[in-house]
Write a protein of this length. Structure first.
Ligand SMILES: NC(=O)c1ccc[n+]([C@@H]2O[C@H](COP(=O)([O-])OP(=O)(O)OC[C@H]3O[C@@H](n4cnc5c(N)ncnc54)[C@H](O)[C@@H]3O)[C@@H](O)[C@H]2O)c1
Length: 348
């Protein structure tokens, strides 16, 4: 079988291995990294129903003793209660510091599994096995872990790199269309911020999943290696997200993350020419429409501006917004919030 391996140099260096059917190789890939340890597999109810038995069989065949913990599918499980329950489960199973966590699922499981691994016994190793397109190209790469608290999403977390990411692209065959499309918004984002060739390829649908996932992972790897702890260039990955998060929040999370990011990218693209940068708004809107995204904003400039004021990335009176110079070349522009209000009124 043909696999791609992408190496990440960070505070803990690791490989991301991508390929169709690679789940069968998971045990063999982990062996040199984890040795002969016990594994706590964290997954959600949907992934468990589809692939829970098969992953446990693969691990058993590779000689691993593994136990499994299943959380209800959905963002609501990325919470303090699930974190504590999973930590208690690992303690009850008497997992030791040489044992490891396998996060088998989408971004919810990946974020919760990573945070649990960073906390249990002050840190055990963990492996990400992403099962959504979003988790494959985004959340499983870069070591950000988190849970949500009542005050907001992802407000509690850590930077904690995995020992391995094993991405079996065949698992995405069972994703509901809307969930797969959410991941496509992130894929398009990578093209706009850093790779015009990738962007061109995304006009051919369906795209070559293995090649596109591998390219997106390389782009995220390159960014994370320069700015692991998110103090600078990693902010580029937020293209469309500043406005997207505001829209998600305003909709009380009724608008999916991908759809909100798509709307947010179009707002950013419309603002760019008003800041003396190029205008890619029409062509980006056309590409997003090909993927079935509704790119209109259901909220007024005023509503989005007010939601932005609580953005956790705001620094004093300034919010950094990612704006395109051209497709494949974006820049972080710090904008005073008052100016942002004016700009939003002109584009929405
Ligand atoms: N850590 C990071 O850097 C980072 C980056 C981006 C997003 N995130 C986080 O990721 C989360 C979103 O991730 P997500 O979109 O993967 O959501 P998710 O984990 O909730 O998965 C979406 C849905 O798909 C289902 N699913 C997963 N794999 C499946 C499969 N192979 N077949 C069928 N159904 C499957 C899940 O059960 C769930 O219902 C958010 O919490 C977000 O904050 C983290």
């Amino acid at each position: 079988m043909k696999y791609s391996t992408i190496h990440v140099e960070a505070s803990r260096s690791y490989d991301i291995v991508i390929g169709r059917g690679i789940l069968a190789e998971l045990g063999g890939l982990m062996r040199p990294l984890l040795g002969d340890c016990r594994l706590a597999v964290l997954t959600d109810s949907n992934v468990d129903a589809l692939y829970g038995t098969i992953i446990m069989e693969h691990l058993q065949h590779a000689g691993y003793k593994a136990c499994k913990y299943v959380i209800p599918a959905g963002e609501a499980s990325k919470c303090a209660e699930s974190l504590l329950s999973f930590l208690n489960f690992m303690a009850g199973e008497q997992l030791t510091r040489s044992d490891a966590v396998v996060a088998f699922g989408g971004g919810v499981v990946g974020d919760l599994g990573g945070l649990s691994a960073s906390l249990y016994l002050r840190g055990v190793k963990y492996v990400q096995v992403p099962t959504t397109l979003l988790a494959a190209v985004d959340s499983s790469v870069g070591g950000k872990t988190a849970i949500d608290i009542p005050a907001g999403k992802n407000l509690v977390g850590s930077f904690y790199q995995p020992s391995l990411v094993c991405c079996d692209t065949a698992l995405m065959d069972t994703l509901p269309k809307e969930i797969y499309r959410d991941g496509c918004a992130e894929v398009i984002k990578y093209g706009v911020i850093l790779d015009s060739e990738l962007y061109k390829k995304l006009h051919t649908l369906p795209f070559d999943r293995e090649a596109v996932v591998a390219r997106c992972v390389e782009i995220k790897r390159d960014v994370v290696q320069q700015d692991e702890f998110d103090n600078g260039i990693r902010g580029l990955l937020n293209f469309g997200h500043t406005f997207g998060h505001a829209i998600e929040k305003l909709s009380n999370f009724g608008i999916s993350h991908g759809e909100a990011v798509a709307k947010g990218m179009v707002i950013a693209a419309r603002i760019a020419p008003l800041c003396g940068l190029c205008d890619i708004a029409d062509e980006l809107s056309a590409l997003l429409a090909e993927y079935g995204f509704d790119i209109t904003s259901p909220y007024s400039a005023e509503e989005i501006y007010n939601a932005l004021l609580t953005d956790k990335k705001r620094r004093g009176g300034t919010i950094s917004v990612v704006l395109p110079h051209s497709v494949g070349d974006c820049t972080l522009v710090p904008l005073p919030v008052e100016e942002l209000k004016d700009l939003l009124q002109k584009v929405i």
